[in-house]
Each structure stands twice: as C-alpha cells, then as structure tokens.
Design a protein around this ligand. Structure first.
Ligand code: ZN
Ligand code: ZN
Length: 669
C-alpha cells in the first residue's frame, strides 16, 4: 500500500496560479486517484481551490488540444463505453444517441416550464442558444413555443442530429443576439470556463438571461458523489459562491439559485446539481467579504465526516462464516459493505489538506507548501490517518503536519521508554548490543576529531541531549571529556546514571564545550526552542554535533518513512538544518559526508551530520530557496520509485487477493 502512494507526488507540482482569476497560491484541498485518465492524464489529481475567487478545479488541467480531442475526436466523448458498446460506426452511434431523445425531451420540457416564468416579459419570437446542446432535446421544447433556436455542440454525431432541426453553429457569435443562453453540464468540462462565460455574456442581449447547471460541490455532503463533482473529465467543480464570482467576472449577475419548486425533480438525486439563473447586467463583484473558498472547504469537511460515519457503520472486511448459506439479499448486503470498505481503504478517509498549518514551527513564516500526503497507519503519536509533509519556503524545514501536541509527545516517549526496557530484557546479550554502539560512537568521535579542535580548555565538558543508554557518553568519557546526559526515558536515564552525570534540565548558564544531538532533532515539535536552550548553555566557541535522517539524499537511500513519519516529525536537508541551527544562534560548518562517515551507514546518504559553532542567531534571508533541495529530493525519490516499479504497474495491496477470493467465493454460492 505504501508503495502505491510513494510513486506519485502530485503536490510537488501543484498549481501556481488560479486559472480563473490569475491569483497566486491556490490551495490544494484534496488529492484523489484518476484511474481512467480520460482527459487529464495524471495518475492523481489535486482538487485545488482559489482563496481569491473561490474557483475549484482538478490540477493538472489537460491541454486545450487534449480537451478538444476528447469532445470532438474519434476516441473521446461520443465513444464513451456506454455509447461504444453497440456502436461500430457512425450510424450505430447515432441510433444509440437517438434512442435517448424522447426521455431527454420529457426532462427538458419540465425545466422549460419552470424556467420561462422566471424570465419576465420577452419580445416576440425570442432567441435561445443552447451551449453544449447534445442532440438538441432542450432546443426542441423552445422551438415548440415559437423560439428561434441555436445550438453549439462539439460532438460530431450529436451536432449532425441537432442540425436537422435547429441552427447549429461551431462557435459563439460575437453579437449580442440571444434572449436566453442555456449552459447545461458544460462549465465543468471546460479548461477555460471564464473565457467561455465571457463569450456567452457577449452573445447575450443586455438584460438577457443565462441559465447554468453544473454538478454541485456545495451539496456534496447531501449527494456524496465527489467523483461526479470532480474528476479527470469534470475539470472544474463549483460552489454557488465560486460560480457567482466567475460569472461576475464575465459580466453576468446571478439573480437566483434554483433549488426549490421542482428544480430537483428528475435530477440524479437531491443536491447533485447547482442551478443558477444570471442576467447580463452591470455587475459589481459580490462583496460578501470573508473567504470565497469557505463553502468548498466546509462541503468537503462535512463530506469527510459523513464518509467516516458510513465507514464506521459498515460491516468489517472479514467475510462472515457460512456466507454461502445466507440469503441472496444478505449476501448482497455484505457484498456492498465490502465494496464500500474497499473503496474507502483505497482513498483517504480524512481530508488532511483542508487545514494547513498557519505558521512554520521553526521560523514562524506563513509561506509553506504541502509536499506530500503520507499515511500514518500506526498513529503512534498523532492520532490522524494522514499526515501532510509540509515544507517552509522561508527556512527550508520540512515537517509532518499536524505536529503532535506536547502532551502526545510526552505520553509517547514515556511508552517508548517502556518499550526500550522490554527490548533490553529480551536482549540475550546486552553487552554485545552496547559493544556495537560503543564501537560506532568511538569511530564517529574519531572522525569528528578535526571538527572539534579548539573546543574548550581544561575540563572540557559535553552534554549528550537525548543520551539514551549513554553509549555516546561512554565514548566521550574514554576520550577525556567530562560527561553529562539528559534523557526523558526513565529506564535509559537510570542506565546512563550508573556511569555518567545525568541532568533533568538544560543549564541556563554557559556550561558546555560540546553538545551532542544524536537523532534527536527529528523527534521534536519545536527544534529551534531546544537549540536556543542549548545555545544558552554553550561556552564561547562551543560546538554542536547533530545527526539526523537525511531528507536531502532521499533519492539515493529511498527510505521515505525514515526521513519523515508520525514519529520523525521534523525532516532535514542540509539547507533546512543550517537554517534551523542559525535561527537558534548556531553557525553551521560543512556537512560531514566524506567516505569515512558514509561507511558508518547501512545505505549511503541515510544520515545528515553537521557541526555548528556557538554564534549569533540568523534569520533566514528572504529571496533564497532553501526548500528546493527538499522538493528535488522528493522528485528524485518519486522518479526512482516509478522507474523501479515500471510505468503503469499498479502495485497490488495485500487487501486485494483476499477480497478477490471472498468475492469469487460468495458469487459461487
Ligand atoms: Zn481565482
Ligand atoms: Zn520556516
């Protein structure tokens, strides 16, 4: 399961600007799979919203050529599976389309009856344009009432059918000739809906009307069909707010939202469609204030809650014993519960992107970018199903959002201490375990020798912050250092205290010539605060040695779950670590990555090691790009993963064989 998600990192290439209003920094709202890749070709799409205008779309949008090919081409719209099933050639496609004409006419007739009273007085022989008219069913109902009818339809077969009864055009006229324009299930398909809205407004007479119907995002919690509201074919998705603002940009003022009074009958279900009536008018943008993206966000949040509740109510995945003896109806119930659960497991249950962090946990800047959504299956510290790997553009730190609370961290490390004790009890030969550690740290200290030259005078004193069982301190003690350790885990603290001085808190006064942070920073929710405390405890010229999992070389070692997770909540590239050290008054020297160091690691590049000298705090300068190394590392990792897995081979989750076995068994009865 983890494999499937690791090959796709769509957030790295998220949209930079809003395709409707052009504003920067659109917000990713949800990442979802795009299995059919019909128009949009990406494996996963990002439902993205514009905080400036409320537009929402699935990124990346296909090219204009791809959209055109789909609607007008031989492989596209008119060849969808439903139509293709009985159609080898044009004649059969036409027969299939015409078979639907009567049913469509009945639906449209009812909508015309509802619509006409809303339009007030019209001149005699008014003109209507149906933009995306299909086979012309709606135009028929206007023609029957004496209207002059015009249709535009990209599908060649449907256009030919319409052209027998109505004026059929290839493009929207430039003159304001229509009293009414109907745009039914079209705006969601366009890659530039604002351009279409502007052209349609131009073709509408002043005071004329535009009727719009699209899948509704507002009422997603009611209809529950996110795959209908947003997909690789329904490229844009609309709330009333988003549509109202887009139409306003085109010079169309929304006058009514058509919900009650019969508008929902004959629809695909309550709430599925958003229907609006707008007028060509002097428009001022709606001054509703607030956040135009809020309706989209609340709809998605409410939908998430509904789905979670449904999932909790669904029966478990395991097939009941003796299923074959159950009635067919009961079998069907179980089957559908299984299908639902399967679907839910494949998709995220929560919507982790909806509540992004407001400030960087290290530098407090507000300029962050979500980089990846990570499953958090063990929920060891933060009790959420997904974490958003988020990067700060200002300081380059990467962290798992939401970060655990201090209470969650304390509880976890208390439990972790217990785990350590158990592990040591089970260890047949604790001495051998400690010997391996000693050997390793002696070697690290040897390699560090040069970098530590000049620290302190007589009585050089070191603090190992997060000293564990004291193995590092043992190596330092052998080398003549006066050793002190700090450790939250009770068992480790007790073990260390037998050989070294153990402190409960960092000294507030200068005391140390060296501070060791061996795989500690990645566990902290506020590493800068800790580094500042340590800076206050540093004597002049003191060094700090930090070692952490290395995000910067992820593409080489491939251990994504090691560099960032629900436990390793902070993730460092050399650039990020340098910024974080600098914020706390530690001036980083070079990265320690020569072959001697690399020989210590199971895989080259797994660990990031750095020495810093006590100095003055530095705020990361603006205009640099310290997040780029992290983004590039994730891109490189994604490329390496998909190369390793081979393009298009969807990895099978462990769930599928079981499901398949169960389904085939139950269908045998
Ligand atoms: Zn916008
Ligand atoms: Zn930052």
């Amino acid at each position: 399961m983890a494999d499937a998600e690791n090959t796709s990192f769509p957030l790295l290439e998220a949209a930079a600007t809003c395709p409707v209003c052009g504003a920067g920094r659109p917000q990713p709202l949800h990442v979802y799979p795009n299995p059919k890749r019909r128009i949009a070709r990406a494996e996963r799409l990002i439902l993205t919203g514009c905080p400036a205008c409320g537009a929402a779309w699935s990124h990346p949008l296909p090219s204009a050529a791809e959209v055109d090919a789909w609607y007008a081409g031989a492989e596209g719209w008119e060849q969808r599976p439903g139509l293709r099933a009985q159609a080898d050639g044009g004649d059969q496609a036409e027969a299939k389309l015409l078979r639907k004409l009567d049913a469509k006419r009945a639906t449209r007739e009812r909508e015309t009856e509802l619509l006409l009273p809303l339009l007030g007085d019209l001149r005699s022989s008014p003109r209507v344009l149906d933009f995306g008219c299909g086979i012309g069913a709606w135009l028929d109902s206007f023609a029957a009432r004496g209207w002059a009818t015009t249709g535009i339809e990209p599908g060649p077969t449907a256009r030919a059918i319409t052209a027998r009864r109505h004026r059929a055009l290839d493009a929207i006229p430039h003159e304001p000739e229509f009293d009414l324009v109907v745009v039914q299930h079209v705006f969601e398909h366009l890659r530039d809906p604002l351009a279409a809205a502007r052209a349609l407004a131009t073709a509408t007479r002043p005071g004329g009307w535009v009727f719009v119907s699209v899948p509704s995002l507002d009422r997603l919690p009611v209809h529950g069909k996110l795959g209908y509201a947003a997909s690789g074919v329904h490229l844009f998705t609309y709330t009333a707010e988003g549509m109202t603002r887009m139409l306003a940009l085109a010079g169309l003022r929304v006058t009514e939202r058509l919900e009650d009074g019969g508008w929902e009958e004959g629809s695909q279900g309550p709430g599925v469609h958003l229907k609006l009536l707008a007028r060509r008018d002097e428009v001022t943008l709606p001054v509703t204030g607030g956040d135009p993206l809020e309706p989209a966000r609340s709809a998605l949040e409410a939908w998430g809650r509904v789905r979670l509740a449904a999932l909790e109510a669904a029966s478990p995945l395991v097939a009941p014993r003796g299923l074959a003896r159950l009635s067919r109806r009961r079998q069907a119930v179980h089957q559908s519960a299984l299908t639902k659960r399967k679907r839910a497991l494949r998709e995220p249950l929560d919507l982790p992107l909806l509540e992004p962090p407001t400030a960087c946990p290290c530098c407090a800047a507000g300029d962050m970018k979500p980089l990846h959504v990570l499953r958090n299956p063990h929920r060891r510290i933060a009790p959420v199903a997904h974490l958003v790997v988020t990067g700060c553009r200002r300081c380059g730190i990467v962290f798992a959002h939401p970060l655990p609370t201090p209470a969650q961290l304390d509880a976890f490390y208390a439990g972790e201490a217990q785990g350590w004790e158990d592990r040591l009890d089970e260890q047949d030969d604790q001495d051998a375990f400690m010997d391996r550690k000693h050997e390793r740290y002696r070697r690290e200290l040897e390699l560090l020798g040069h970098a530590l030259e000049g620290t302190g005078g007589t009585g050089r004193r070191v603090l190992d912050f997060g000293c564990g069982l004291g193995a590092w301190l043992d190596a330092l003690g052998e080398a003549g250092w006066e050793t002190e350790g700090l450790e939250p885990g009770a068992a480790q603290r007790a073990a260390t205290a037998q050989r070294h001085r153990v402190v409960d808190a960092v000294s507030g006064a200068p005391r140390y010539d060296l501070i060791v942070l061996n795989h500690v920073l990645e566990h902290l929710r506020d590493p800068v605060a800790t580094l500042r405390e340590l800076r206050a405890a540093a004597r002049p010229g003191a060094r700090l040695y930090a070692s952490s999992p290395n995000l910067g070389r992820l593409a080489e070692h491939g251990k994504l779950g090691y560099v960032v997770s629900g436990v390793h909540v902070m993730s460092f590239t050399a650039a990020g670590l340098r910024s974080v050290l600098g914020l706390a008054g530690w001036v980083a020297e070079g990265e320690l990555d020569d072959p001697g160091w690399e020989a210590l690691d199971a895989r080259p590049g797994m660990r990031l090691r750095m020495v810093a000298v006590a100095g003055d705090p530095v705020t990361p300068p603006a205009g640099e790009h310290p997040l780029e190394p992290a983004e590039n590392a994730l891109r490189g990792h994604a490329a390496a993963r998909s190369a390793a897995q081979g393009a298009g081979s969807s990895s099978t989750s462990s769930l599928r064989p079981r499901l398949r076995a169960f389904i085939s068994e139950s269908s045998r009865r």
